[in-house]
Write a protein that binds this ligand. Structure first.
Ligand code: F6P
Length: 486
């Protein structure tokens, strides 16, 4: 099978480059090994909708990476507008932060249609397409409109919330109907899967039997595929990173004091304000912990042009400064707050240096930082993971210290517990988590999804593969009316 993987953000695979977001970091090693073609946005835009789209193609392991310049006229409406100011807030149960327009939706659909046309270039008779994440909910339907009959799978890296919350997304019905063009729809957790099925039956009135739904596109299977990491590789990276300059400097700066670490995109779903408040509360209520434990919070900016993100950045900077002002000493800074990204290798070393990992999102699809923190630990002296029960990872990492990120006092107490936990308990909890990581690796996730996608071919009676003889559909045709979008 010839696999084409599609995501908005891609990674070029340079080991020492910072990576933003779990998706690109997770996909990189498996895509490299699989020989798939990975198609995504170059992060650049191109003027002139009628000109030929530009794709930079380079080798990536056994396969290739194709980075497309997206249409300048629609990029903002697609990425900042609909994907990240309508879908993202709703998928993370923050419908109060939805700020979008009809034009944004039009641009979102245009970019999905643009990507579909671009993908025809990579289509062969035995091709299967695997589309990633909420940026491309309608891409499968666009491919079907272009006559593609090969298997198309979709995996959502974020949560899928309750149907009432999805109902807050403008055009939700049309989008979910479009998703049924996918043969296989994968979610991170059983709750996400159940919420989606609930929407299909209650809002669309469709019959779903054994997690298979029938629509005008044929059948779609809905299934859970919890994403993992490569724990062995990450552990090796953590050991190797011990002597990296950033990691040794951090170690030297601690003077025997304990360290808690948080690594997140600067996003309101990550619960950063609550986390900083919890540390503030802990140092206030347990002054003995001042100087005994500090927090290193890496918060990598993304989507900075969106108001909610700009507001969060200002709020957090002020809060960290207040907390440092309140608890700091001439020779002690409670919170080291960094707004930049680090490579996976350096992160592995930083995680291993920290006695506590704090991963406390308000809502998260999986959260691979939680898994990476565990994998990076020294087996003889592992750190403690403090994990939000609203992260998908909590389903597997149930021997972490699970917290409610809305309960600031509870979090403060749990962080203090983590700091003083005995070696025996730390090892017992860590070993159980490592066993889970080894039984659900990223390689397994990839293989399970691709196998399930291939199997869907046999369910699609009458769907003969379409072979495009030459990539003549490459030039972009732009729609001149938005009448097709309701
Ligand atoms: O994991 C969720 C996700 O939105 C990915 O789709 C994305 O690659 C990552 O977070 C980073 O987000 P962005 O590319 O918008 O900075």
């Amino acid at each position: 099978m010839n696999l084409v993987v599609v995501s908005n953000r891609v990674s070029r695979g340079k080991a020492n480059e910072p990576m933003t977001g779990g998706l690109a970091a997770a996909l990189l090693p498996v895509v490299e090994k699989s020989g798939a073609i990975w198609v995504g946005s170059s992060g650049r835009v191109r003027e002139g909708a009628h000109k030929e789209p530009f794709a930079e193609i380079e080798a990536l392991g056994a396969g290739a990476l194709a980075m497309l310049d997206l249409p300048a006229a629609h990029y903002g409406g697609y990425y900042e507008g609909f994907a990240n100011s309508a879908l993202w807030p709703a998928l993370h149960s923050r419908t109060d932060l939805i700020r979008t327009s009809q034009d944004d939706y039009f641009s979102y659909r245009e970019v999905n249609a643009f990507m579909a046309k671009a993908l025809l270039r990579f289509q062969k008779s035995e091709t299967a397409f695997w589309i990633q994440d909420y940026h491309f909910l309608a891409l499968g339907a666009e491919l079907r409109d272009l006559g593609v009959k090969q298997p198309i799978g979709f995996f959502l890296h974020t949560p899928w919330p309750d149907r009432a919350v999805i109902g807050g997304v403008p055009h939700h019905r049309e989008l979910v109907e479009a998703m049924l063009a996918y043969n296989l729809i994968g979610f991170q957790t059983q709750d996400d899967c159940d919420n989606f099925i609930d929407y299909l039956s209650q809002d669309l009135g469709l019959d779903v039997e054994n997690r298979v739904v029938t629509s005008r596109y044929g059948t779609s299977q809905v299934k859970v595929f919890p994403i993992g990491i490569d724990p062995q590789k990450f552990a090796e990276q953590a050991v190797k990173a011990f002597s990296h300059p950033d990691v040794s400097r951090l170690r030297r700066s601690l003077h025997g004091e304990k360290l808690a670490i948080g690594v997140d995109r600067l996003d309101y779903s990550k619960g950063l304000v609550n986390r900083v408040n919890a540390f503030d509360r802990m140092w206030t209520q347990q002054p003995a912990l001042a100087r005994a434990v500090s927090l290193l919070q890496i918060a990598t900016p993304s989507r900075g042009a969106i108001e909610a993100y700009g507001n969060l950045q200002s709020e957090l900077a002020k809060l960290v400064s207040d907390v440092n002002g309140r608890h700091g000493e001439v020779d002690w800074t409670p919170i080291r707050y960094l707004n930049k990204g680090f490579s996976q290798t350096v992160l592995a070393g930083l995680y291993r240096t920290a006695q506590v990992g704090v991963v406390t999102p308000l809502h998260d699809g999986m959260n691979l930082v939680a898994k990476e923190y565990v994998a990076a630990q020294n087996p003889a002296d592992p750190g403690v993971l403090v994990l939000s029960k609203f992260a998908g990872a909590a389903n597997e990492l149930d021997t972490a210290l699970l917290v409610n990120p809305h309960d600031i006092d509870g979090m403060a107490r749990t962080i203090a517990t983590a700091v003083s936990m005995s070696l025996a308990e730390r090892r017992m909890r860590w070993e159980a988590m490592m066993a889970k990581l080894h039984s659900g690796t990223i390689q397994q996730w990839f293989t399970d999804f691709v196998d399930a996608l291939q199997e869907t071919q046999f369910d699609k009676a009458g769907c003969e593969p379409v072979v495009v003889e030459s990539p003549t559909l490459w030039p972009l045709r732009s729609a001149n009316s938005n009448a097709r979008y309701h």
